[in-house]
Design a protein around this ligand. Structure first.
Ligand code: NOJ
Length: 492
């Protein structure tokens, strides 16, 4: 299958924090539309929007009250249509974030279920709770007024849907059709591995291969049923787990793509990265797919803080050079670090509900700096999370005019990247410990994770590199270099 999305670079827009069009301090669809030229200049293929559906925003849109409407905070269906048109005019595709595992407690179905209506069947409601735990800490069951208990794998305001029920299934198919008809090109599927629950509601057993609510075989039936609706449109699974399990979501008759999340937990070591890449490629190839690589997203600390800015940029170039797609988290192209968000301004339900025990995700969600002037150009109002005083140094306008900036490094790499697609193969070449050298036809990708420079092979020329202006014949420590091997004829 040679679909555009197999090798695409997708820019993840955390809509609240991208650009504010109406001065209320929260990014929105008008802001995103105004910022599309900047996205296109970077050279990505598509944008993925975090949820903009009608929502009380308890989990910043991952609590959906109406899957087929836009929240007034972000705009309306007309502003959405304008955004899609403007994106397509610029050659950018649009992916939406689909949230099928749970809804908001304000969704009409749950409001009716709470009142004792037959909609109870659309949720998991029992007379007694199990010991299952919520991802945001504490029990995954909360009481209803009649004394029964409903399941929420996330916040109590996010009741889980019963995917065994045909009404849930058919309603989601309608949601897919609704957005596809509006011109949407694909979806990111939230909590993709969570939809199926053990009908017997068994307890979580340590060491058991069968989990009562994660990655159960029935979940794949759901995605097989979606494929007929999706046609050739992609959907990318947000599923955590071992590569051979998560890759199953990427089967051609299911979603087509799955995130290669274990890169996020791989230490900065050539050997460890090679193992991760090999395992992901093997698992995906076994199902006829390629991985969707990621260096960051809105749920973890920014990569520039996890690894340091130089390594973060090198990791981007390395992942961009691998067979597969790459999802770039907005702000990472500016090398933004995780912001220190004062606890009194925390918004993330994960940290608020766990009393700070679980990581705070606000640091990776702070609004982006556009200009180096006061207010950094994100909003004319009060930003929804405080913007650090150091942000002007990362401003997009400053970086776009500086050929040595993180933005410019990535922009050059993205412009060169189509050349890599003469081959979907990747083989490793011998190098020194701490140095990885991958080959794809006439392309060599060198990642130097060591603290010593590495001499580049002769008869090569540098096509892109993460340390601009570095000595042309070496890969500096913490650098990734793309080389053209002049001894290999490039396939025509
Ligand atoms: C994963 C999303 O990325 C995260 O932000 C959200 O809190 C959970 N799913 C629940 O929807």
């Amino acid at each position: 299958m040679t679909s555009w999305w197999r090798t695409a670079v997708v820019y993840q827009v955390y809509v609240r924090s991208f650009l504010d069009g109406d001065g209320d301090g929260v990014g929105d669809l008008a802001g995103l539309t105004a910022g599309l030229d900047a996205v296109a200049r970077l050279g990505v293929d598509a944008v993925w929007l975090t949820p903009v559906y009608r929502s009380p925003q308890v989990d910043h849109g991952y609590d959906v009250a109406d899957h087929r409407d836009i929240d007034p905070l972000f705009g309306d269906l007309a502003t959405f249509d304008r955004l899609v048109g403007a994106a397509h005019d610029r050659g950018l595709r649009v992916l939406m974030d689909l949230v099928p595992n749970h809804v908001s407690d304000q969704h009409p179905w749950f409001v009716a279920a709470r009142a004792g209506g037959p909609e109870r069947e659309l949720f998991h409601i029992r007379s007694r709770p199990t010991g299952w735990q919520s991802m945001f800490g504490g029990p995954a069951w909360s009481p209803l007024p009649d004394g029964s208990w409903y399941l929420h794998l996330f916040a109590p305001e996010q009741p889980d849907l019963n995917w065994a029920h045909p009404v849930v299934q058919s309603d989601f198919a309608d949601t897919l059709r609704f957005w596809l008809a509006r011109g949407v090109d694909g979806f990111r599927v939230d909590v993709a591995g969570g939809l199926a629950k053990d009908p017997a509601y068994g307890e979580v057993r340590r060491g058991s291969l069968h989990h009562p609510h994660w990655d159960r075989p029935e979940v794949h039936d759901v995605y097989r049923s979606w494929r007929g609706v999706l046609g050739t449109a992609p959907a990318v699974a947000e599923a955590w787990g071992p590569p051979e399990r998560t890759a199953e979501f990427a089967r051609a008759d299911e979603l087509g793509q799955a995130f290669a999340f274990d890169v996020l937990h791989t230490p900065w070591s050539a050997a460890a990265l090679q193992r991760t890449v090999d395992a992901q490629l093997a698992a995906h190839r076994a199902v006829g797919a390629l991985p969707a690589w990621v260096a960051g997203n809105h749920d973890i600390a920014r990569v520039a803080t996890r690894l340091g800015p130089e390594r973060a940029l090198a990791l981007h170039l390395f992942l961009l050079a691998l067979p597969g797609a790459f999802y770039l988290y907005a702000g990472d192209e500016l090398g933004l670090p995780d912001a220190q968000v004062p606890p009194e301004t925390w918004q993330d339900p994960q940290s608020l509900r766990s009393g700070g025990r679980l990581p705070n995700r606000d640091g990776a969600r702070v609004p982006l700096p556009w200009t180096s002037g006061p207010g950094v150009g994100f909003t004319t109002g009060e930003p929804w999370l405080p913007i650090p005083a150091t942000w002007p140094q990362y401003a997009r306008d400053r970086q776009e005019s500086d050929p040595t900036s993180a933005w410019s490094v990535l922009q050059r790499a993205l412009a060169a990247r189509p050349w890599l697609w003469t081959s979907e193969d990747l083989t490793w070449q011998d190098a020194r410990p701490g140095v990885l050298v991958g080959r794809r036809a006439d392309a060599l990708v060198v990642l130097n994770t060591s603290s010593r420079p590495w001499r580049l092979p002769v008869a090569t020329e540098v096509v892109a590199r993460s340390v601009p202006g570095a000595e042309p014949t070496i890969a500096t420590p913490s650098e990734c270099v793309w080389l053209r091997d002049r001894r290999v004829r490039s396939p025509t």
